[in-house]
Design a protein around this ligand. Structure first.
Ligand code: ZN
Length: 166
């Protein structure tokens, strides 16, 4: 005879001993439950592929898009030029960055940073001493789910509406 537990609908993976972690999908902005130690995964909500590990740039990086369900970190000595960088959780720029920076969480531009481009994020902190040019700075907004990520990274998408805007 089946015990009710065995037949329970909606049984979560962690009940079966497989660890899952909850990540924010940078395509659709929804919770994409994935297995805990995956490096890449498919979003459970929209079905698109996701890069899971944090993006940490310490040297030169040119071109394309940088995406992660975690945090984007541009190091103090880094020089990054890209079309688009997206971190679902947060982004920190301590060195040089040129491009559109999108985050589902707080963005920090450090005191020695030289930032040129746009920011779409719920919050933005610019430390004293930072050099910041470009724009627009669409803050606060909820950009995840409003971005069309072009695979070859040549097209800069339209920014999402500011939070609270009509
Ligand atoms: Zn998704």
């Amino acid at each position: 005879m089946l015990r009710s537990r065995d037949a329970a609908p909606g049984l979560a993976f962690h009940d079966l001993g497989i660890q899952t972690s909850s990540v924010l999908c940078y395509h659709c902005g929804l919770d994409a439950s994935i297995s805990a130690r995956a490096m890449t995964a498919r979003c459970g909500a929209c079905g698109k592929n996701l890069d899971i590990p944090d993006v940490r740039i310490k040297g030169h990086h040119w071109g394309g898009i940088l995406v992660t369900c975690g945090r984007v970190s541009i190091g103090r000595k880094a020089e990054v030029t890209c079309t688009l960088a997206i971190g679902s959780l947060a982004a920190d720029v301590l060195g040089r960055f040129s491009g559109v920076l999108v985050s589902g969480g707080p963005v920090t531009i450090g005191p020695k940073a030289r930032f040129s481009g746009a920011v779409w994020a719920p919050s933005l902190r610019i430390e004293r001493g930072a050099s910041v040019t470009g724009g627009p700075f669409v803050v606060p907004c909820d950009p995840l789910g409003h971005i069309t990520i072009n695979g070859n990274g040549t097209q800069v998408p339209e920014p999402p509406p500011k939070r609270g805007a009509a």
